[in-house]
Design a protein around this ligand. Sequence first.
Ligand SMILES: [Zn+2]
Length: 220
Amino acid sequence: MQCRTEPLCERVIALLAVRVPLWRPELLLLAHVAYTTGAVRISEKFALRRPLDYRLVVLMAILPDIIDRFLYVFVIPGAESGHLFAHTLVFNVALFVVLVAIRRDLWIYGLLPIAHLALDLPVFSLCPHWGDSLDELLWPFLGSDLANVHIPGGLTETGGQSLGERIMDRIGDPFRTYGESSLRSLFIEAAGLTVLTMLAIWGRLYEWSRLRQLVSAGRL
Ligand SMILES: [Zn+2]
């Protein structure tokens, strides 16, 4: 993959001799869970001052990936990635409004999928290419074409595969992503793992009673 707009960046990639995607949807689960949980834990301690359910925090932190990965594997044959409708701002703002309408204090959980979108932006990339990601993030406002949410053939496209073939082909994608990871992705994931370890120590999850409290009541 080449870096057209930034020759310096192209040279850095050549020097590192690693495959660095300019912008390829990647499933960075550890990073999403770690950074979101860390930020929420600090907010809970110093600003919110009310207990939160960290099982729900983790779920909401990766909700766009769960929904779009499900659609990609099981529902939309013409989808070309795990970044679809649930990675658009309009979807997540609507979700936020629905949660707040159900119960006002759910707003903190409604913010987390929006934070997920921010983490997915190529701002941490060596060669930020905002075009593709903004088209997706702000779909349908910058163009309602489904190609902007990675469904170029539309919802009627069959992809030429049976359901079984498609599931077998796509279900391993998250693991292939790790197999082909760039240096940047590995660094972000390693930092995420470090944050999670620090959170576990902070929450004394090495004590059986504290771990049980997290699993059964979501308390950290
Ligand atoms: Zn995502």
